[in-house]
Design a protein around this ligand. Sequence first.
Ligand SMILES: NC(=O)c1ccc[n+]([C@@H]2O[C@H](COP(=O)([O-])OP(=O)(O)OC[C@H]3O[C@@H](n4cnc5c(N)ncnc54)[C@H](O)[C@@H]3O)[C@@H](O)[C@H]2O)c1
Length: 315
Amino acid sequence: MNFTQKEIITIVGYGWVGQANALSFSNAGYKVYYYDTGKPELRYADKYAELYKTITPLASPLAQDSGNTWYIICVGDRVSFDGEQDISAIQGALESLKNTKGGIVLRSTVLPAHLASLHFDYYVPEFLHEKKAVEECMTPQYFIVGSRDAISRQPSFFNLWQQRATKTFYGTPEEASYLKYLSNIWNALRVAFVNEFGNAMAYPVDKEKIAGIEKVTDFFFERKSYLRYGKSFGGHCLPKDTRAFFAWHKKQGKDMSLIEGMCKSNDNHQIIEKKYPHLPEWFSEWVRPQISGWVALRALKSSIQKKLKKLFRKT
Ligand SMILES: NC(=O)c1ccc[n+]([C@@H]2O[C@H](COP(=O)([O-])OP(=O)(O)OC[C@H]3O[C@@H](n4cnc5c(N)ncnc54)[C@H](O)[C@@H]3O)[C@@H](O)[C@H]2O)c1
């Protein structure tokens, strides 16, 4: 394979997020390695069987270390039912990289207050959806960068992500983390709200009752992502992240009654869902705004300026 990109990528934690990142980096021309303490199942093999073959496992995380290696940390946090976030696996992964010559980009979801104990160069929370994860990695909806120091050396893929994202944010790691939780909680809140409202109208005992609820909710919400009456919010992230957020802030004496109530409402809806499994399935994706003529022109102008600068530097 002919690698067109100069940096070496080592993915640490090869689960849903790690594999999506690995596949998208490989597809973009990077040499990609991964290290995982377990034996992860291949999550996207149906669609990307060939691309998987380009990604090389490592026996130890620093096996391909160099000043040109970027580590993408995709190790998972764990959250107990009462909302306690356990980041020991993430701490362990970062600890194993403490002698690196390369750079570290943390992608795991970590509560703002827990970031202080972690060592990394950039915190870039991941916003992908599992069903479109590989595509969303190189075309992220949001490019949010948290950094403690003035930004010095940046990997080349930051440019790619920035150019393709609909919005970019530079701030502290804690701000980046708040944005990640804000997005997840807002998505969860909309799901719980529509479901609770729909249940107030009628229980979804049959298709007619569901159609009656949809007639009302779809009039305003037009079946938009997270705004469809149907199953409760679930998956690997929303329940875990909403619980961790409200439990930690409640412990600090903050009023979390809305977010806590949302989790309770969703738990109640899960009981209804078990009774009526024909509740509509839904999955969401980011809706990318239509790019306006001005935005396109600005992007073209900036790309021409960059190319000219490079040209002048060479001559
Ligand atoms: N799944 C999603 O859609 C999604 C979306 C956005 C963000 N996130 C966040 O990204 C993080 C990862 O999520 P995931 O769903 O990929 O988790 P996952 O549990 O599927 O994968 C994590 C992997 O890390 C490995 N691991 C644990 N400790 C390790 C260590 N010390 N070194 C190397 N590997 C180690 C595990 O064996 C596992 O394969 C979580 O914090 C999650 O909240 C997930």
